[in-house]
Write a protein that binds this ligand. Structure first.
Ligand code: NAD
Length: 248
């Protein structure tokens, strides 16, 4: 059974963190919620009466690329106006304290990098990159479009799509391999699973890898999702309130 959120649990984790040589952090939309970016599965997770699964999918894009880009353009504007929060900063501080560190984020907002995180795998891509839908390399694209510019195209007229992993699409093998290789190389001492419903099988696979190695696995979420066989410690609360306490 995962331990409850109490001051003894926090103190024990501070000590473990001080001794840890290898730390893995996995984040989801919840870590950016306190920055003002809505999660997908919360009550504000709908936009223009469309579920994200309908918009963030190859079928949705084929049906109506303009509508999909309107959604991404809306999210770009929202994210551009947001700042990293105390939880993003705490994750960056953890990285600066341990010898071996990897952050795998499911978020596409790049707030971790803005908070100072360096060793980051954006497993679901980035909202700040685009690529031609018919193939070709992704490139950084930070434009905030006017309605008439949507959907955007390359100078040669190719339709662009956001460089994010949509529902039903495969992960980028190189990014997947980077996470797998980090976890496979030596024992992970401590893993933090923050603000994610952890619904994707590969996310659960990585948490299992940590547990099998004997890592202490800490879940931080107001509505914890991990089964108790996976999380050794469970803090039900906001990431921005709990993570900084681990650094004191
Ligand atoms: P999700 O929307 O399915 O779940 C969010 C989780 O965060 C929930 O379990 C919720 O209880 C928790 N949460 C809410 N507020 C929190 C807080 N203050 N502190 C800690 N936890 C909190 O998100 P997911 O599991 O990441 O999966 C959805 C997919 O959509 C992912 O790919 C995700 O990254 C992407 N997405 C990204 C962003 C972003 O880049 N900011 C935003 C929405 C969705």
């Amino acid at each position: 059974m995962a331990e409850a959120h109490d001051s003894r649990g926090l103190e024990e984790l501070r000590e473990r963190l001080a001794r840890a040589r290898k730390v893995f952090v996995l984040t989801g939309a919840g870590i950016s919620a306190e920055s003002g970016i809505p999660t997908f599965r919360g009550p504000e997770g709908y936009w223009k009466k469309h579920a994200p699964e309908e918009l963030a999918s190859p079928a949705g894009f084929a049906r109506d690329p303009k509508l999909v880009w309107e959604w991404y353009n809306h999210r770009r504007r929202l994210i551009a106006a947001c700042e990293p929060n105390a939880a993003h900063r705490a994750v960056a501080a953890i990285e600066s304290r341990v010898a071996r560190f990897l952050l795998c984020t499911q978020n596409v907002d790049s707030l971790h990098q803005r908070a100072g995180s360096r060793n980051v795998v954006e497993i679901h891509g980035s909202i700040w990159r685009a690529r031609p839908v018919d193939g070709g390399p992704a490139f950084e694209d930070r434009r905030l479009f006017e309605e008439a510019e949507l959907p955007p195209r390359t100078a040669g007229g190719q339709l662009l799509r956001p460089d994010v992993v949509w529902f039903g699409e495969a992960l980028d093998p190189a990014r997947f391999e980077q996470v797998d290789a980090f976890l496979a190389a030596g024992q992970t001492d401590l893993a933090f699973i923050v603000g994610t419903t952890a619904v994707f099988p590969y996310i659960q696979h990585w948490v299992w890898m940590c547990r099998r190695q004997g890592a202490v696995v800490v879940e931080i979420n107001p509505t914890p999702c991990l089964p108790s066989e996976l999380a050794t410690h469970c803090f039900s609360g906001k990431a921005g309130e709990i993570l900084p306490k681990l650094l004191r």
